[in-house]
Design a binder for this molecule. Structure first.
Ligand code: ATP
Length: 302
Protein backbone atom coordinates (compact mmCIF):
# COMPACT_ATOMS: atom_id res chain seq x y z
CA UNK A 1 0.00 0.00 0.00
CA UNK A 2 1.32 3.39 -0.93
CA UNK A 3 1.47 5.68 2.07
CA UNK A 4 0.66 9.34 1.65
CA UNK A 5 3.63 11.52 2.46
CA UNK A 6 2.99 13.80 5.44
CA UNK A 7 3.32 17.54 4.93
CA UNK A 8 6.75 17.56 6.52
CA UNK A 9 8.17 15.21 3.89
CA UNK A 10 7.23 17.27 0.86
CA UNK A 11 10.70 18.76 0.71
CA UNK A 12 12.17 15.30 -0.04
CA UNK A 13 14.52 16.11 -2.93
CA UNK A 14 14.19 12.65 -4.49
CA UNK A 15 10.96 12.42 -6.45
CA UNK A 16 9.32 9.01 -6.10
CA UNK A 17 6.82 8.32 -8.86
CA UNK A 18 3.73 6.88 -7.18
CA UNK A 19 2.20 3.59 -8.21
CA UNK A 20 -1.49 3.01 -8.77
CA UNK A 21 -1.72 -0.40 -7.17
CA UNK A 22 -4.60 0.37 -4.81
CA UNK A 23 -8.03 1.59 -5.80
CA UNK A 24 -8.84 5.01 -4.33
CA UNK A 25 -11.94 6.35 -6.07
CA UNK A 26 -14.61 3.97 -7.34
CA UNK A 27 -17.77 5.07 -9.13
CA UNK A 28 -20.31 2.57 -10.41
CA UNK A 29 -23.31 3.34 -12.59
CA UNK A 30 -23.25 7.05 -11.77
CA UNK A 31 -26.11 9.01 -13.30
CA UNK A 32 -27.01 12.60 -12.59
CA UNK A 33 -30.30 14.24 -13.59
CA UNK A 34 -31.05 17.95 -13.42
CA UNK A 35 -34.61 19.27 -13.42
CA UNK A 36 -35.45 22.44 -15.34
CA UNK A 37 -38.93 23.83 -15.99
CA UNK A 38 -40.55 20.49 -15.42
CA UNK A 39 -38.16 18.63 -17.69
CA UNK A 40 -35.54 16.31 -16.31
CA UNK A 41 -32.23 16.29 -18.14
CA UNK A 42 -29.90 13.34 -17.71
CA UNK A 43 -26.37 14.80 -17.69
CA UNK A 44 -24.35 11.75 -16.63
CA UNK A 45 -25.45 8.26 -17.60
CA UNK A 46 -24.18 5.11 -15.95
CA UNK A 47 -20.56 6.14 -15.52
CA UNK A 48 -18.12 3.56 -14.18
CA UNK A 49 -14.75 4.94 -13.12
CA UNK A 50 -11.87 3.60 -11.05
CA UNK A 51 -8.92 5.72 -9.98
CA UNK A 52 -5.89 4.08 -8.38
CA UNK A 53 -4.39 5.51 -5.21
CA UNK A 54 -1.56 7.83 -6.14
CA UNK A 55 -2.59 7.93 -9.78
CA UNK A 56 -2.98 10.99 -12.00
CA UNK A 57 -5.97 10.81 -14.33
CA UNK A 58 -7.67 13.33 -16.61
CA UNK A 59 -11.22 13.76 -17.80
CA UNK A 60 -11.51 15.21 -21.28
CA UNK A 61 -14.51 15.63 -23.58
CA UNK A 62 -16.71 18.09 -25.45
CA UNK A 63 -17.59 21.36 -23.75
CA UNK A 64 -20.64 20.98 -21.53
CA UNK A 65 -20.58 17.18 -21.58
CA UNK A 66 -20.49 16.78 -17.81
CA UNK A 67 -16.84 16.69 -16.72
CA UNK A 68 -17.35 19.22 -13.91
CA UNK A 69 -20.51 17.42 -12.86
CA UNK A 70 -18.58 14.17 -12.48
CA UNK A 71 -15.88 15.99 -10.51
CA UNK A 72 -18.56 17.47 -8.22
CA UNK A 73 -19.89 13.96 -7.60
CA UNK A 74 -16.37 12.86 -6.62
CA UNK A 75 -16.05 15.90 -4.36
CA UNK A 76 -19.30 15.16 -2.55
CA UNK A 77 -20.79 18.45 -3.76
CA UNK A 78 -23.42 16.56 -5.74
CA UNK A 79 -25.16 13.30 -4.86
CA UNK A 80 -25.75 11.12 -7.91
CA UNK A 81 -29.34 10.32 -8.88
CA UNK A 82 -28.27 6.71 -9.42
CA UNK A 83 -25.16 4.70 -8.73
CA UNK A 84 -22.51 4.68 -6.06
CA UNK A 85 -19.23 6.50 -5.50
CA UNK A 86 -16.61 6.15 -2.80
CA UNK A 87 -13.36 7.92 -2.00
CA UNK A 88 -10.99 5.93 0.17
CA UNK A 89 -13.90 3.65 1.03
CA UNK A 90 -16.09 6.54 2.24
CA UNK A 91 -18.96 8.49 0.75
CA UNK A 92 -17.37 11.60 -0.83
CA UNK A 93 -19.24 13.98 1.54
CA UNK A 94 -17.72 12.17 4.52
CA UNK A 95 -14.29 12.09 2.87
CA UNK A 96 -14.53 15.86 2.27
CA UNK A 97 -15.48 16.45 5.93
CA UNK A 98 -12.35 14.55 6.93
CA UNK A 99 -10.22 16.81 4.72
CA UNK A 100 -9.42 13.91 2.41
CA UNK A 101 -10.38 15.91 -0.69
CA UNK A 102 -8.82 19.13 -1.99
CA UNK A 103 -10.46 21.17 -4.74
CA UNK A 104 -8.95 23.58 -7.26
CA UNK A 105 -11.12 25.42 -9.78
CA UNK A 106 -10.38 27.49 -12.88
CA UNK A 107 -10.78 30.70 -10.88
CA UNK A 108 -8.56 30.90 -7.83
CA UNK A 109 -11.31 32.67 -5.76
CA UNK A 110 -8.92 34.07 -3.16
CA UNK A 111 -10.05 36.43 -0.41
CA UNK A 112 -8.86 39.82 -1.70
CA UNK A 113 -8.15 41.30 1.74
CA UNK A 114 -5.95 38.41 2.84
CA UNK A 115 -2.31 37.84 1.87
CA UNK A 116 -1.17 34.84 -0.17
CA UNK A 117 -0.08 33.16 3.07
CA UNK A 118 -3.38 33.87 4.86
CA UNK A 119 -5.30 32.62 1.83
CA UNK A 120 -3.24 29.43 1.73
CA UNK A 121 -3.94 28.91 5.45
CA UNK A 122 -7.64 29.82 5.20
CA UNK A 123 -9.24 26.36 4.88
CA UNK A 124 -7.23 25.15 7.87
CA UNK A 125 -8.63 27.89 10.08
CA UNK A 126 -12.35 27.35 9.41
CA UNK A 127 -14.83 24.56 10.09
CA UNK A 128 -15.14 21.96 12.78
CA UNK A 129 -11.52 20.82 12.51
CA UNK A 130 -9.89 24.22 12.68
CA UNK A 131 -6.13 24.24 13.27
CA UNK A 132 -4.50 26.79 15.63
CA UNK A 133 -3.51 29.85 13.61
CA UNK A 134 0.25 29.56 14.04
CA UNK A 135 0.21 25.89 12.99
CA UNK A 136 -2.01 26.76 10.02
CA UNK A 137 0.36 29.52 8.91
CA UNK A 138 3.36 27.18 9.20
CA UNK A 139 1.66 24.55 7.06
CA UNK A 140 0.54 27.18 4.57
CA UNK A 141 4.11 28.50 4.30
CA UNK A 142 5.38 24.97 3.60
CA UNK A 143 2.81 24.69 0.81
CA UNK A 144 3.73 28.11 -0.62
CA UNK A 145 7.31 26.85 -0.70
CA UNK A 146 6.15 23.75 -2.54
CA UNK A 147 4.45 25.85 -5.22
CA UNK A 148 7.52 28.14 -5.26
CA UNK A 149 5.70 31.17 -4.00
CA UNK A 150 7.22 31.81 -0.59
CA UNK A 151 8.65 35.12 -1.76
CA UNK A 152 5.12 36.37 -2.41
CA UNK A 153 3.69 35.19 0.92
CA UNK A 154 2.83 38.70 2.10
CA UNK A 155 1.35 39.96 -1.14
CA UNK A 156 -2.36 40.50 -1.68
CA UNK A 157 -4.11 38.65 -4.54
CA UNK A 158 -4.33 41.92 -6.49
CA UNK A 159 -0.51 42.04 -6.49
CA UNK A 160 -0.18 38.55 -7.99
CA UNK A 161 -0.38 37.32 -11.59
CA UNK A 162 -3.06 34.82 -12.64
CA UNK A 163 -0.57 31.96 -12.46
CA UNK A 164 0.59 33.02 -9.00
CA UNK A 165 -3.01 33.28 -7.76
CA UNK A 166 -3.65 29.78 -9.06
CA UNK A 167 -0.56 28.52 -7.24
CA UNK A 168 -1.95 30.02 -4.01
CA UNK A 169 -5.20 28.14 -4.67
CA UNK A 170 -3.23 24.91 -5.13
CA UNK A 171 -1.27 25.62 -1.93
CA UNK A 172 -4.58 26.25 -0.12
CA UNK A 173 -5.94 22.88 -1.28
CA UNK A 174 -2.68 21.07 -0.40
CA UNK A 175 -2.50 22.68 3.05
CA UNK A 176 -5.32 20.36 4.16
CA UNK A 177 -3.01 17.49 3.19
CA UNK A 178 -5.83 15.80 1.26
CA UNK A 179 -5.38 12.33 -0.19
CA UNK A 180 -7.17 13.38 -3.35
CA UNK A 181 -6.81 16.56 -5.37
CA UNK A 182 -9.70 17.31 -7.75
CA UNK A 183 -8.82 20.01 -10.28
CA UNK A 184 -11.28 21.60 -12.69
CA UNK A 185 -9.40 23.28 -15.55
CA UNK A 186 -6.98 24.87 -13.07
CA UNK A 187 -4.76 26.34 -15.79
CA UNK A 188 -7.51 27.19 -18.26
CA UNK A 189 -7.12 30.95 -17.91
CA UNK A 190 -3.32 31.02 -18.25
CA UNK A 191 -1.08 31.61 -21.29
CA UNK A 192 0.52 28.59 -22.97
CA UNK A 193 3.98 28.92 -21.42
CA UNK A 194 2.74 29.62 -17.88
CA UNK A 195 0.40 26.67 -18.36
CA UNK A 196 3.32 24.40 -19.21
CA UNK A 197 5.31 25.67 -16.22
CA UNK A 198 2.33 25.07 -13.94
CA UNK A 199 1.90 21.57 -15.39
CA UNK A 200 5.53 20.71 -14.67
CA UNK A 201 5.14 22.16 -11.15
CA UNK A 202 2.04 20.08 -10.59
CA UNK A 203 3.82 16.90 -11.72
CA UNK A 204 6.64 17.70 -9.32
CA UNK A 205 4.15 18.09 -6.46
CA UNK A 206 2.43 14.86 -7.46
CA UNK A 207 5.71 12.94 -7.53
CA UNK A 208 6.72 14.31 -4.13
CA UNK A 209 3.42 13.87 -2.31
CA UNK A 210 1.81 10.78 -3.88
CA UNK A 211 -1.65 12.42 -3.99
CA UNK A 212 -4.33 10.97 -6.19
CA UNK A 213 -5.11 13.66 -8.78
CA UNK A 214 -8.15 13.94 -11.05
CA UNK A 215 -7.85 16.75 -13.57
CA UNK A 216 -10.53 18.15 -15.88
CA UNK A 217 -8.90 19.66 -18.94
CA UNK A 218 -9.63 20.70 -22.51
CA UNK A 219 -5.97 20.46 -23.49
CA UNK A 220 -4.81 17.31 -25.30
CA UNK A 221 -1.15 18.15 -24.56
CA UNK A 222 -1.82 18.71 -20.88
CA UNK A 223 -3.82 15.47 -20.57
CA UNK A 224 -1.07 13.43 -22.27
CA UNK A 225 1.81 15.09 -20.44
CA UNK A 226 0.30 14.79 -16.97
CA UNK A 227 -1.88 11.70 -16.93
CA UNK A 228 -1.40 8.02 -16.44
CA UNK A 229 -4.93 7.43 -17.77
CA UNK A 230 -7.17 9.75 -19.76
CA UNK A 231 -10.92 9.16 -19.59
CA UNK A 232 -12.54 10.39 -22.80
CA UNK A 233 -16.17 11.42 -22.38
CA UNK A 234 -18.96 11.75 -24.91
CA UNK A 235 -21.92 14.01 -24.40
CA UNK A 236 -25.67 14.12 -23.97
CA UNK A 237 -25.67 12.37 -21.62
CA UNK A 238 -22.04 12.06 -20.59
CA UNK A 239 -20.44 8.67 -20.51
CA UNK A 240 -16.85 7.48 -20.74
CA UNK A 241 -16.26 6.12 -24.24
CA UNK A 242 -12.66 5.08 -23.69
CA UNK A 243 -9.93 5.12 -21.08
CA UNK A 244 -6.59 5.72 -22.72
CA UNK A 245 -3.51 4.61 -20.75
CA UNK A 246 -0.59 6.95 -21.49
CA UNK A 247 2.50 4.89 -22.25
CA UNK A 248 5.18 7.43 -21.36
CA UNK A 249 8.05 7.19 -18.85
CA UNK A 250 6.92 7.66 -15.23
CA UNK A 251 9.06 10.78 -14.81
CA UNK A 252 8.20 13.47 -17.33
CA UNK A 253 9.89 16.74 -18.19
CA UNK A 254 10.36 19.12 -21.15
CA UNK A 255 11.96 16.36 -23.21
CA UNK A 256 8.83 14.22 -22.86
CA UNK A 257 7.12 16.50 -25.40
CA UNK A 258 9.69 15.43 -28.04
CA UNK A 259 9.24 11.67 -27.58
CA UNK A 260 7.61 9.76 -30.45
CA UNK A 261 5.38 8.11 -27.82
CA UNK A 262 4.10 11.59 -26.86
CA UNK A 263 3.09 12.35 -30.45
CA UNK A 264 1.44 8.92 -30.74
CA UNK A 265 -0.58 9.37 -27.54
CA UNK A 266 -1.55 12.90 -28.60
CA UNK A 267 -2.72 11.67 -32.00
CA UNK A 268 -4.71 8.79 -30.46
CA UNK A 269 -6.35 11.15 -27.98
CA UNK A 270 -7.19 13.66 -30.73
CA UNK A 271 -8.93 10.88 -32.70
CA UNK A 272 -10.85 9.75 -29.64
CA UNK A 273 -11.96 13.31 -29.00
CA UNK A 274 -13.16 13.70 -32.59
CA UNK A 275 -15.05 10.44 -32.09
CA UNK A 276 -16.49 11.68 -28.78
CA UNK A 277 -17.83 14.80 -30.51
CA UNK A 278 -19.46 12.62 -33.17
CA UNK A 279 -21.10 10.14 -30.78
CA UNK A 280 -24.86 10.34 -31.14
CA UNK A 281 -26.91 11.33 -28.09
CA UNK A 282 -28.60 8.41 -26.33
CA UNK A 283 -32.28 9.00 -27.20
CA UNK A 284 -33.68 12.27 -25.90
CA UNK A 285 -31.75 13.75 -23.00
CA UNK A 286 -35.03 14.39 -21.22
CA UNK A 287 -35.77 11.33 -19.11
CA UNK A 288 -38.83 12.46 -17.21
CA UNK A 289 -40.57 15.49 -15.85
CA UNK A 290 -40.57 17.40 -12.63
CA UNK A 291 -42.52 20.31 -11.25
CA UNK A 292 -39.31 21.76 -9.84
CA UNK A 293 -37.47 24.64 -11.48
CA UNK A 294 -33.73 24.62 -12.34
CA UNK A 295 -32.45 22.39 -9.61
CA UNK A 296 -30.48 19.21 -9.45
CA UNK A 297 -32.63 16.19 -8.69
CA UNK A 298 -29.46 14.78 -7.35
CA UNK A 299 -29.30 17.16 -4.38
CA UNK A 300 -26.49 19.59 -5.12
CA UNK A 301 -24.62 20.98 -2.13
CA UNK A 302 -22.91 24.31 -2.37
N1 ATP B 1 -26.86 23.00 -11.41
C1 ATP B 1 -27.21 22.68 -12.66
N2 ATP B 1 -28.49 22.74 -13.04
C2 ATP B 1 -28.87 22.38 -14.28
N3 ATP B 1 -28.04 21.99 -15.25
C3 ATP B 1 -26.74 21.92 -14.93
C4 ATP B 1 -26.25 22.26 -13.63
N4 ATP B 1 -24.90 22.08 -13.62
C5 ATP B 1 -24.56 21.67 -14.87
N5 ATP B 1 -25.66 21.57 -15.65
C6 ATP B 1 -25.70 21.13 -17.04
O1 ATP B 1 -25.01 19.91 -17.09
C7 ATP B 1 -24.28 19.80 -18.31
C8 ATP B 1 -22.85 19.48 -18.01
O2 ATP B 1 -22.22 20.59 -17.36
P1 ATP B 1 -20.72 20.52 -16.86
O3 ATP B 1 -20.38 21.86 -16.30
O4 ATP B 1 -20.55 19.35 -16.00
O5 ATP B 1 -19.96 20.27 -18.24
P2 ATP B 1 -18.40 20.37 -18.56
O6 ATP B 1 -18.08 19.20 -19.41
O7 ATP B 1 -17.61 20.50 -17.32
O8 ATP B 1 -18.37 21.72 -19.39
P3 ATP B 1 -17.13 22.67 -19.83
O9 ATP B 1 -16.16 21.79 -20.54
O10 ATP B 1 -17.76 23.64 -20.76
O11 ATP B 1 -16.59 23.28 -18.58
C9 ATP B 1 -24.48 21.11 -19.07
O12 ATP B 1 -25.52 20.93 -19.99
C10 ATP B 1 -24.92 22.05 -17.96
O13 ATP B 1 -25.77 23.04 -18.48
Amino acid sequence: MLSIAPVSSVADPTPKPPTAAEVHIVGRGISVDFAHDGVVQRVLAGIDITVGRGSFVSLIGPSGCGKSTLLKVMAGLLTPSEGTISVGGLAPGEAAKRHMIGLVFQEATLLPWKTALENAAFLLTVGGRATPKDVALDKAMAMLRLVKLEAAANKLPSQLSGGMRQRVAIARALALDPEVLLMDEPFGALDAITREEMSRGLLDIWERTGKTIVLVTHSIDEAVFLSRDVHVMATNPARIIETLPIALPAHRDEETFDLPAFAQAESRLRHLLIQSHAVQPIGASSVGSSAAGMQPRAGERR
